[in-house]
Design a binder for this molecule. Structure first.
Ligand SMILES: [Zn+2]
Length: 204
């Protein structure tokens, strides 16, 4: 599985609010490829390790197009900013801002051709985790960069996800467990079983 750096959109990948990414180059990617999102790809210092973000993603469509298409086709641009994970971002939800931001952060030109990659998550978040994040998202100080915190539970397959705004927690699949879950067919059943047990233990 090839690594893909998501340093600029770690939160969107973790929360699965992003389903499209744009890359300079990356012309080798094909539909069906599995990519492992990581925090940092290049420039690792000696002793630093690659930090995975969630489970691998699966490529469902690839095409080359000018970056400026977002800016030039109004409806398309707005949709794509949302798919890029910036639907709730005060600036980057707007195509003209996003295009400039992308060109700047990727050291390319607004008129350059880029590779647009649409993908799906191989391990979708559970409905429970989605509901928790929706309910508690407003409690976080997003402007200050506050995020949900993860703590290890006593089950290696599960982490506590904590809202620092109100202190409430819920159990979610541990990120360190994704690769092992993927390689076994009965992963979902095992996780679900562990989840139910943990919930039972906690609520008693
Ligand atoms: Zn909360």
């Amino acid at each position: 599985v090839r690594n893909i750096s998501v340093a600029l959109t770690t939160r969107q990948i973790r929360n699965q609010t992003k389903s499209v990414t744009r890359r300079c180059g990356w012309t080798f990617v094909q539909v069906g490829d599995l990519l492992q999102p990581i925090v940092k790809g290049q420039g690792l210092k000696h002793g630093e390790t690659v930090e995975p973000v969630g489970a691998p993603i699966r490529v469902i469509s690839v095409r080359r197009e000018p970056l400026s298409r977002l800016r030039d086709e109004a409806g398309y641009g707005i949709d794509e900013c949302r798919r890029e994970g910036f639907g709730d971002h005060p600036d980057l939800m707007w195509p003209s801002s996003f295009v400039e931001y992308f060109a700047q952060t990727h050291n390319c030109d607004v008129d350059d051709e880029i590779t647009r990659i649409a993908f799906e998550y191989t391990v979708p978040l559970t409905a429970a985790q989605m509901a928790f994040m929706q309910q508690h998202g407003p409690h976080l100080h997003r402007r200050a960069g506050e995020e949900f915190e993860r703590e290890r539970s006593d089950d290696p397959r599960l982490d506590w996800l904590k809202c620092n705004g109100c202190g409430e927690m819920t159990l979610v699949q541990a990120e360190q467990w994704y690769d092992r879950e993927l390689s076994t067919g009965d992963a979902t059943a095992a996780l679900s079983h562990a989840f139910q047990q943990q919930i039972g233990r906690v609520s008693r």
